[in-house]
Design a protein around this ligand. Structure first.
Ligand code: ZN
Length: 125
């Protein structure tokens, strides 16, 4: 994601509480795409995702993130494993075969969406 895109989303999210509420619906989908993408690269855990999303300009609370991860696990997209290696037990999530299929489909849809909503819209300006 480019710095310019981050700024736009951050502006929308934090400057106007009405817009913030409405964009939340959309952000939930963006966050799921981020999680699918990163879980495809390596096992990830809640704190890591929170930090990664913050790096992208998003603030996600534990009360939003953990139910989201649980839903994605329930759909069969993520497999969850307790990691008791550290002092505190944490859950690691990795992408399942079904999750990989969802990610592949989402990537195609994102590309098509980007072409229309971003590229074509820019060309018309
Ligand atoms: Zn990311």
């Amino acid at each position: 994601m480019t710095a310019r895109t981050q700024l736009t989303i951050t502006d929308l999210g934090y400057r106007n509480t009405v817009v913030k509420t409405e964009t939340r619906e959309i952000l939930l989908a963006f966050w799921k795409v981020h999680i699918l993408h990163h879980a495809s690269e390596e096992p990830i855990h809640g704190q890591w995702i929170t930090a990664e999303l913050r790096r992208h300009g998003y603030e996600i609370s534990p009360g939003t993130l953990y139910p989201l991860l649980n839903r994605m696990a329930r759909y069969g997209w993520l497999a969850c494993r307790k990691n008791s290696g550290g002092a505190r037990a944490r859950k690691d999530y990795r992408l399942t075969t079904a999750g990989r299929k969802v990610l592949a489909l989402v990537r195609e849809q994102l590309e098509e969406l980007h072409d229309e909503v971003v590229s074509e819209a820019k060309a018309k300006k």
